[in-house]
Design a protein around this ligand. Structure first.
Ligand SMILES: C[S@@+](CC[C@H](N)C(=O)[O-])C[C@H]1O[C@@H](n2cnc3c(N)ncnc32)[C@H](O)[C@@H]1O
Length: 310
């Protein structure tokens, strides 16, 4: 596992948001290769504590071994989805929570994980390999309407219906088993024609979000993070696409309001006053600087938002 390398994004910015200090208790809900986790433990030496979790058991093994070298006795890492942290970590006990969403570099780079359209591998995309649903199963069993909805809602794919129909036709002849099979179908229908991004980028993103229930995880995970924070504790969330960022932004805005309302529309007559639950530390998303962009191209779509529990 020594080749499990992930460069943590927006590291300086995360540290200045969470302000780790000795005796603090922190949660890294997406521990990955432990880049952020190690920096949080270092900055909170000698007595800071870290609860870490990841859905990927490879990441849990690597992070545990890495952190043990320098921070033994100051952390616990569990194989767990971050929407479950409130069942593990005591309510109101933590000074900071980090969620660095999405996939890690090793997940993308290892063909056998099936996340990438650039290398041939099984059409898998599960972050937690104990989960039953794979991308292949979804692609081979969902209706054309369901697939089109996934491509449209999670990938903003304008050709969602066309791709979905073609998948349903093609799978009559041969089931989809590999990443390249799917990438080639998309490329056949939508040739690259000089475009920088591969035509299957959005379809792959959308399938990954659906297979891993990333939107459900995020909605529940934000609530779970809020519940384990103490008043004054901070939540830092790094997102990698606009759908996620909108959810984090809306969550912050809703929780920062001094009222709540039932139903889908915020009408003044239906508002009930309440104390705001969060303050917004960053009004706008924080983006990587030029230096980071040059050093780590995978940081290019990262956006950080920071909130403080009141
Ligand atoms: C961008 S990487 C995190 C990298 C990490 N910050 C570092 O410094 O190495 C995202 C990680 O979050 C994990 N992950 C994604 N969604 C998750 C969820 N709902 N619960 C737990 N882990 C999740 C992925 O398996 C992946 O390892």
């Amino acid at each position: 596992m020594s080749d499990f390398v992930h460069n943590p994004v927006l590291l300086k910015e995360v540290l200045s948001a969470l302000r780790p200090a000795a005796a603090g208790r922190f949660v890294d809900g997406t521990t990955g290769g432990a880049g952020h986790a190690a920096a949080i433990l270092e900055a909170s030496s000698p007595t800071g504590w870290l609860y870490g979790c990841d859905r990927d058991s490879d990441a849990v093994d690597v992070a545990t071994a890495r952190l043990a070298e320098k921070f033994a006795g100051r952390f616990e890492i569990r194989h767990m989805a971050f929407d479950q942290v409130a069942s593990w970590i005591p309510t109101g006990s933590c000074d900071g929570v980090l969620l660095d969403l999405g996939v890690s570099s090793p997940q993308l780079d290892r063909a056998e994980r099936g996340f990438s359209f650039q290398a041939d591998g099984p059409l898998d995309m599960r972050q937690d390999r104990k989960q039953k649903l794979t991308a292949a199963e979804l692609v081979n069993t969902a209706s054309a309407e369901e697939l089109a909805k996934i491509f449209w809602e999670y990938g903003d794919e304008r050709d969602s219906r066309r791709f979905a129909k073609a998948i349903v036709m093609d799978r009559e002849t041969a089931k989809f088993r590999t990443t390249l099979q799917l990438a080639e179908l998309v490329e056949r229908l939508s040739p690259r024609a000089g475009r920088k991004a591969h035509p299957a980028t959005r379809v792959f993103q959308a399938l990954r979000i659906a297979v891993n229930d990333e939107i459900g995880q995020l909605n529940r995970g934000l609530q779970a993070a809020l519940s384990v924070l103490r008043p004054g504790g901070r939540l830092a969330v790094i997102t990698f696409h606009s759908l996620e960022d909108r959810i984090v932004k809306d969550f912050g805005r809703n929780m920062a309001r001094d009222y709540e309302f039932d139903g889908p529309v915020d009408a003044p007559g239906l508002r009930r006053p309440r104390k705001p639950l969060l303050g917004l530390v960053t009004r706008k998303a924080v983006l990587p600087g030029e230096e980071e962009l040059a050093e780590n191209p995978r940081s290019r779509s990262a956006q950080l938002r920071v909130m403080e529990k009141l």
